[in-house]
Design a protein around this ligand. Structure first.
Ligand code: SF4
Length: 84
């Protein structure tokens, strides 16, 4: 979950997003330029208390861009493929 999205989602079912570490760091690490490292985003996700909920949300909502729940776009795509 990223700070831009947090401000646009108001559902009470998404209260878990208030604990998002990326909301404190800003979205830049999580949406790097193509070919840039996602290492720092993954490091932050690794410390985030809502990592599982975040990844589940990203998969359920087919989030295509950025790092969510500690996984890159490619890793989420691969997870979807292997889950079928
Ligand atoms: S797991 Fe990562 S992307 Fe998800 S809310 Fe936490 S810091 Fe943000």
């Amino acid at each position: 979950m990223h700070i831009d999205t947090i401000t646009t989602i108001t559902s009470p079912d998404l209260d878990w997003q208030q604990e998002a570490l990326c909301a404190q760091t800003g979205a830049d690490f999580f949406f790097p330029e193509p070919g840039s490292s996602v290492r720092e985003a993954k490091r932050i996700c690794g410390m985030c208390p809502i990592r599982s909920a975040c990844l589940e949300y990203a998969l359920d909502n087919d989030e295509r861009f950025g790092v969510w729940g500690g996984l890159s776009e490619k890793e989420r795509l691969e997870l979807r493929r292997t889950a079928r």
